[in-house]
Design a binder for this molecule. Sequence first.
Ligand SMILES: NC(=O)c1ccc[n+]([C@@H]2O[C@H](COP(=O)([O-])OP(=O)(O)OC[C@H]3O[C@@H](n4cnc5c(N)ncnc54)[C@H](O)[C@@H]3O)[C@@H](O)[C@H]2O)c1
Length: 338
Amino acid sequence: MNKLKVGVIGCGRISVVYAEAFKRLSNIEVKYALDIDLRRAEKFAMNFSGCEYSDSIEDLLQKNLDVVHVLSPHYLHREHVIQCLEAGFNVLTEKPIATTLEDGRAMAETAKNTGKKLGVIFQNRYIDGIIEAKKLIDQGAFGKITGAWSSLNWHRPPSYYQIEWKGSWEKEGGGVVIDQAIHSIDLVRYLVGSEVKSIKAQIDTRVLTQIEVEDVASAAITFENGVIYSFFACNYFTSNSPIRIELSAENGSILLEGEKVTIRLNGKELIIHPTAEIKGEGETYWSNYHTSQLKHYYQCLLNDKPVPVSPDDAIKTLEVVLGIYESAKRMSRVSMEK
Ligand SMILES: NC(=O)c1ccc[n+]([C@@H]2O[C@H](COP(=O)([O-])OP(=O)(O)OC[C@H]3O[C@@H](n4cnc5c(N)ncnc54)[C@H](O)[C@@H]3O)[C@@H](O)[C@H]2O)c1
């Protein structure tokens, strides 16, 4: 079988994780790396024999590729994804799908119109214990889910925000919520299995005062099924503490600490440790599950099945992120109901 020809747009910090993941996939060959910083494109391309590189999207769009991975800054996701879909490539883009709902919907629409497959990275859905917890929830083992909370206490030094697009409403789309805690929001939505009805939130810039976006946020998020989700995130802790998420349910609870999951069900306790291998140069706080989502994406592509995570699903997570910002800016509860 011919291998799928793969390209990447954006060879920055996260690209090292992709380089490692691509080396573990047998059904692809990496043929093209694009970055406006040519040295980064070259460095990435050096991982793969026969991989071309450039700083010209026009050149990439002329190539014979099957899949392009979009790892560019948030505000460019729309442009890059739509250009690739229209050129006939399937796409897997990094989170968030976009910085606005309008952009996300335009991307989903283009995928439908072109018949190409668009997926969005939320690799934490592939943590071993999360897969088990989701399976048990879907089987009804926990009964009704009654509550949820998540807490992210991470460290982003001022130097992190010296990257040109970081710390800007226009380019990053926000701060700790859209960039870091979006993973917690997505996981809670995924596990609760209901959509958000209303949000009452506050955001602030308390410590990283050189940035215009928030470095802290808290919210009470009410789901249509009645679950109230207590959300907290900040980027000014002294280190990157493991993310914590807990769901309580009629028959037990689920606790995520980093990538370790403790499932308590009908009086029994099961602890599921992560099995994903530690990647090469990537940051330890990114979690090690990109390879799992990439494998799943390619399996679905080869078997002509819907690819994970669908644009509509990723837009729902973006709606919650943007709902937090809207509630905070209006200083009132926002209703997500149409
Ligand atoms: N899933 C995760 O856990 C995770 C972790 C980190 C980053 N990310 C995501 O990955 C994406 C990239 O983040 P990063 O931290 O690698 O950022 P980065 O700034 O380190 O890298 C972005 C790269 O895009 C390049 N670029 C900018 N404009 C371009 C253009 N017009 N054409 C081509 N290349 C261009 C930059 O030169 C840079 O090398 C973001 O969506 C981010 O949220 C996800």
